[in-house]
Design a protein. Structure first.
Length: 221
């Protein structure tokens, strides 16, 4: 299947957070400069490497001790939550996928589709159920039991509703990511599953209703 082979070559991330860093500074301009304190990541990257910060793929431009600097254009800062970061904010970090490494999450490119808003958070024992509102052009790719990256975290959709969806968060994910810090009203970066986008593009509206037979004939199943 050509589309699977292409993704395996081009995939950048898996949505498994490796470290939480702390924002040291964000200088805005025609090209912004984001500096993050991240001891583990600083030791494993080189200038020119790609790192997903809250799900947005940025390039390492300098390294000094435990601080890693990234350049971010206006488009990135305005279309993601990165432009709202403040000194001291914690961010999720994942270095790019290395050849031969295991794919523990799902296919994540680090290209944020849009921004969602936390509608509500319900605590159930040590876990949480978080409800998100999202734009319609993102919701069309969200399916129950499907995958979605929220601030770079690979998660499974528990349920969908007219204006958003819900995610059930296990204790480990709460501890290991910035979801523990989130409150109702907070904004998050969203990246939907790339497979859904390619299926839609390949089939096209002129192909009519998507059926199991059509998917099989087209090589998707």
């Amino acid at each position: 299947m050509w589309y699977i082979r292409w993704i395996l070559i081009s995939i950048m991330f898996t949505g498994l957070i490796e470290e939480m860093g702390s924002v040291r500074s964000l200088v805005r301009g025609s090209v912004g400069r984001l500096v993050v304190a991240c001891e583990k990541t600083a030791k494993s990257v080189a200038i020119g490497d790609s790192v997903a910060i809250n799900g947005a793929c940025l390039t390492v431009t300098s390294i000094s001790g435990d601080e890693v600097s990234f350049d971010a254009v206006v488009e990135t800062l305005s279309r993601t939550t990165l432009g709202d970061l403040r000194t001291g904010d914690r961010v999720n970090l994942e270095t790019s996928l290395k050849a031969g490494a295991g794919l523990g999450g799902h296919f994540v490119l680090g290209h944020v589709d849009g921004v969602g808003t936390i509608k509500s958070i319900k605590t159930i024992g040590e876990s949480r159920v978080i409800s998100f509102n999202a734009p319609a052009d993102i919701l069309k790719y969200i399916v129950q039991k499907g995958s979605v990256a929220i601030d770079g975290i690979s998660l499974t959709v528990a349920s969908c509703h007219a204006s958003g969806f819900e995610i059930a968060i296990i204790p480990h994910t709460l501890i290991a990511t910035t979801l523990h810090d989130k409150r109702a009203g907070d904004k998050v970066n969203l990246e939907t599953d790339i497979l859904g986008k390619y299926v839609e593009k390949f089939l096209g509206k002129e192909r009519g209703t998507v059926t199991e037979s059509l998917l099989r004939d087209s090589g998707f199943v």
